[in-house]
Write a protein that binds this ligand. Sequence first.
Ligand code: ASP
Ligand code: MG
Length: 401
Amino acid sequence: MALIVQKFGGSSVANAERVANVAGIVTDAYKEGNDVIVVVSAQGDTTDDLIAKANEINPNASKRELDMLLTAGEQMSIALLAMAIEKLGCPVVSLLGWQAGFRTSRTFGAARIERIKTERIQSELDKRKIVVVAGFQGLNKSDDLTTLGRGGSDTSAVAIAAALHADRCQIFTDVTGVFTADPRKVSGARKLEEINYDEMLELATLGAQVLNHRSVEMAKKYSVELEVLSSLVRESGTIVKEAVKMEKMIIRGVTKDTDVAQISVVGMKDIPGNAFKMFSKLAAKKINIDVILQSIGRDGTKDISFTCSKDHAAAAVELLEEMFSVQGAKVTCNTSVAKVSAVGAGMQTHSGTASKMFGALYEAGINISMISTSEITISVLIEKELADQAVSAVHKAFFEQ
Ligand code: ASP
Ligand code: MG
């Protein structure tokens, strides 16, 4: 007998038929003699719909009240799934995050799981019940409900698997695993059998939509092996773990991220301290910066460009205008850009990966405006409209030749 954690995303429980399908998967695992904990997200677009409802009433609502509202989405889906499991004749109990022992930091809308008091879940498992837990939520030290940030129920599942030393943690979604590129857009995309945590983390951060990046960080930290698989097609998925089989693959995946704004401060004075001032002020406002580019100075001036998420663009522009207009600098913001990245641990031991990627883009006639690299990633900033074409071209260069 094993302890299995199964997580189902919003699309897997979007309607009555899908909820019944999930109940079937869960009870099959239970009937094989396993202990089963199920973590679910809100149905379909429920979370988006709740946010829209809040905006209708008060676009500046406090984050506390927003969390109070959003946690309701998962409350609905755990009850509905538990009812579907009851119908199949298996003992089941649904638990909200706080009932399942999720204790979090204070920050509404982006709380961190601090610990899980596992007594309640354990006692329900001891009674041979299937335990259905609301993902994405917990309780902070003031006894207020919190949410973990969008896509947070993956993290809830990994946290339970870590806390209870589960034998398996399965993340069910609407695709059959982790692919080398988005299979809906790139015809030659293929499913990976295995991928390591670092590669998965990069892919998740750079726009692959299968796992929330914080869940991957947590899985790595606690060595929780994950299986990403489909709730609709029963076939084996992708395993995410530390060491993976050596395949002859330099690159594991190509992604695009369109939530990018490119901000430039043009013509600031070429004096020491400007970069420091700029990025420390941005950091103080919690604006996360990604790619940075500084031009060589000319006529006593220089330019600095960087990227951040679109959400932060307006605040960044305002701040920089305040800081640098006295130096005669201009601030520009371009939101029609996208970041296309190639990820793979294999590039550490193979040379020529970057040139191959740039060559593919050149042949496709795509201009690169910024480049950044890390040990296992090469990213380029390009025009947003060309992003899909760029992903296909880069994917083809690495996988289809
Ligand atoms: N329902 C939440 C969201 O849509 C959490 C999740 O899906 O993981 O962000
Ligand atoms: Mg969701």
